[in-house]
Design a protein around this ligand. Structure first.
Ligand SMILES: [Zn+2]
Ligand SMILES: [Zn+2]
Length: 126
């Protein structure tokens, strides 16, 4: 990154490791981010820039009824806007949009949360 790190650690490999160690883990995507990309949310929670963007995109989609960004899980964009069907999930205080394939996987993973509910019954999870 900067010449200083190179001099101290002697090489690109070690510099990479150093960056991972000093990064902060985003609780939403579990990825390590540079502290510059981590924001503080009201209430003391932390979120990375990418997850915050997903959340804002989902909010915009909810208010306009149109979703123009990519799936927050796999990053794919549905081909045609008119048959774009996305699922929205509210997770730990933020919204996430997902394509229907990812939604199916996600719902199975979150069975603990939804198990026994009307929602689960409708999705034939029980
Ligand atoms: Zn994140
Ligand atoms: Zn997806």
């Amino acid at each position: 990154m900067d010449g200083l790190a190179d001099r101290h650690l002697g090489g690109r490999d070690r510099e990479m490791k150093q960056l991972i160690i000093i990064g902060e883990q985003c609780p939403y995507c579990s990825k390590f981010r540079s502290p510059r990309d981590i924001m503080n949310m009201p209430g003391g929670a932390k979120i990375c820039r990418t997850c915050e963007l997903r959340h804002l995109e989902a909010l915009a989609a909810l208010s306009t009824g149109k979703f123009t960004a990519e799936c927050s899980e796999c990053g794919s964009e549905p081909e045609a806007q008119q048959d774009r069907q996305m699922a929205v999930h509210f997770e730990d205080g933020i919204y996430r949009m997902m394509c229907l394939q990812c939604d199916a996987v996600y719902v199975r993973k979150r069975r603990d949360l939804y198990g026994g509910t009307q929602f689960a019954h409708e999705r034939k999870l029980n």
